[in-house]
Design a protein around this ligand. Sequence first.
Ligand code: FAD
Length: 620
Amino acid sequence: MLSDDSSPYDVIVVGGGHAGAEAAAAAARYGARTALVTHRRDTLGAMSCNPAIGGLGKGHLVREVDALDGLMARVADRAGIQFRLLNRRKGPAVRGPRTQADRKLYARAMQAFLADIPNLAIIEGEVADLTVIDGRVAGAVLKDGRAVPGRAVVLTTGTFLRGLIHIGEVTIPAGRIGEGPAMGLSTTLDRHGFALGRLKTGTPPRLDGRTIDWHGIDKQAADDDPVPFSTLTARITTPQIECGITRTSQAAHDLIRANLHRSAMYSGGITSRGPRYCPSIEDKVVRFGDRDGHQIFLEPEGLDDVTVYPNGISTSLPEEVQASIVRLLPGCTRAVILRPGYAIEYDYVDPRELDPTLQTRRIRGLFLAGQINGTTGYEEAAGQGLVAGLNAARLAGAVELAVFDRAESYLGVMIDDLVTHGVSEPYRMFTSRSEYRLSLRVDNADERLTGRGLALGCISPVRAAHDATRRAALDDTRRMLESVSLTPTEAQRHGITLNRDGIRRSAFQLLSYPEITWDQLAVVWPQLRDVPPALADRLCTDATYAVYLDRQRADIAAFRRDEAMVLPALLDYGTIAGLSNELRLKLDTVRPVTLGQAARIEGVTPAALTLLAAHARRRP
Ligand code: FAD
């Protein structure tokens, strides 16, 4: 379906995966007339690999997408069948909410959200080319010849660009199993001079759960109190399930070693790099050969689905070898493979081709998001999709584009890492990537970003109203905690022991002591009993981190000073005397937007920064 009046769309999003769904939804929320062009409507919201959302670092991204009114968190809340808070025993800054998802419920919920968006048209088809006029994108051309005119285009093609599947010695051109690759767009990007590379990723075989002996293996249960991803979800109502835990054995490792020459990765069939943090079972055996076994989680793919995802044995070995390996896993001696594991190679674009707005420098109005930028993971894709879709809509409306910085969000960390350093392997998020992680917590994503989102125009009225209520409750309760206090002597009378220093401490300060609990203080100040538990938890965390956050504020102020020093877009590094040729080349590849970004490029010396500073203009 084309627009009835065939006038250009404001934004065309190419690809309906996790990046594309968020891009289309964000552009439409902004008010842009948006088209989402994707191969198949029924694969919107499809999870190509692991049916799970969130995890360490990734959970932060999901909460940030939610804070900017994206869809992923609400969809995961509807589809989650095993919610678990990872790192529960560690500090709140590094906890990771995660859920296994019912694959069908996830896709259905995503499709329902997208169908509900009024100014979004969904067009089935493959985009094979782009219309570019005077260096600016003017629309997309479909494989069947249809033209879709548009002011801005977001490419979110995932693993589909020249996708090639490997199963042992067999290769199949495909975007993922059972779906054809996208060939045309790679040629377009090549023609326009984009730096393309090849990356790879892999997935395990899927097992028939009816053939697994569940009684003979350990189980992992969901949390008793599943915590939703979205601040708009009151509670999780989807039934929660257990998954099984098994292990590879020495016998399985021997079998893998004996067949390494038949694995696409080790026979030379694939030379591109895969995700280091999500290695194949072949990689694990080669790299960590001294281990006697690797844990495998047997995760059901849905409530009414017999398919089981054996998390931890991604492989590109031949199908019959996969079957033999599976049968060596305790609990799986009779297990039947429903679909073999495979590896896939695909094209990605060097993300240093992008501004921090995710717009390409080569073609104005063209934005890239998701796996095409060299990342891996649904959450990384969703976060970039949201930013690219919002910025595409702002560009179509001739409004200044938004940049999210490292001090306010993991979204900012990820985008800055990508556009500054590029990638040499699929990029995934970790909390360790953030230097300000005490400030960037999962529990305060809404506080960090919803106000920003409102100013940028991507927050719907429902969330805006919800956020205003939540913020008022937070501020009121915090004020109340700061307005009541105890001296050490008064505290002692309530059984609370403090240093006998005579200093009066507010309830908020008292909460920063790990041994003092909310319930203890509620005995002193009964009004605390009326505070909802989630709000109380949130304030306890704020209190715990208050002293560190004060220190971090100074670092953030210094960071922002350098980020405010904007380098001229057309700066000719060749004319700056004193820069080495190597540095000139690096600076020209990245084209840093600010002095701060220039400082983060490997090899940029303090002397070079002094030279660049002379060219920087301070933004007001
Ligand atoms: P995708 O989810 O791939 O979606 C792309 C969409 O674009 C599809 O709907 C496709 O139909 C559409 N499309 C593509 N080209 C065109 C075109 N020209 N015209 C119209 N529509 C088009 N992630 C991990 O974190 N860990 C893993 O271990 C892992 N393993 C994976 C294993 C496999 C085999 C695969 C396929 C993926 C794996 N992933 C893994 C990656 C994860 O699936 C992706 O990171 C995530 O789905 C990327 O989202 P995306 O929106 O960028 O692309």
